[in-house]
Design a protein around this ligand. Sequence first.
Ligand code: SAH
Length: 276
Amino acid sequence: MRNWFKHLFGKKQDHFARLDSRAFPHFAPGSVWLVGAGPGDPGLMSLHAFYALGQADVIVYDALVGEEILTYANPRAELHYAGKRGGKPSPKQNDISLKLIEWAKQNKRVLRLKGGDPFMFGRGGEESETLHNAGVKFRIVPGITAGIGGLAYAGIPATHRDTNQAVIFLTGHDETGNVPQAVDWHAVATAAPVIVMYMAVKHLPSIAQKLVEGGRNPQDKVGIVSNATLPHQSLMVTQLGEAGEFVQQNEVPTPAIVVVGPVVDYAKILNWQDKD
Ligand code: SAH
């Protein structure tokens, strides 16, 4: 990875120094960048994300930001963890936003680093809204979301011309931690051949049941990709009608993406990581 950047940006100079600032938007002191770090593999970060890591004065990162990604941080940056740790509850969303504003007002370059894409079940919308309301300048750097990039690392295409012309992205729990009440399960069950679910392992028994009751075929394949793009990635495969029992009887590592539909079968031939 580091060698690759050296190759790209010049062999002799350190790649941080060689990143040509003309190619990147200026990370202005007093602004906040809300950046997606991708699902874990540092190679899936964007160049904007990489640049921001090198420039930031303060970095606030979530639980799902891969450890290795932080090794690319400016060594002088202050690092703040904003996830759950040691059984303690996670900092309140509003507290995080207020801290971001405070640091920005101290004229710092603030990097808010999130797993995957900040706008995909990542609360990036709420945080940037708060920044907007506080008059703080911000930039959004999209990231590769686990529900697409994570599946790709298991050889599962989110779409394939032969199987699906539509995909549904769904969260397995809402802000109360329960199965989302606002979802029209009947509609979701039949609207698209492929359903990609985030945060869905815990409530999979009830979600799978709702989908079957809504008219989904219980024989539909279900793929569960855990720790996608990381060295300990794993894929488990079951069927919708058995998925609830499956997660109750097996230790399913998290984070995990759950995908329902015919694309799961492609893993058998497209699982490039297991190929020599
Ligand atoms: N913004 C993130 C999603 C945050 S919600 C994104 O775009 O990817 C958190 C959920 O994302 C987890 O519960 C899990 O379902 C999924 N997730 C994130 N990283 C993952 C990974 N490396 N492997 C599998 N699932 C992952």
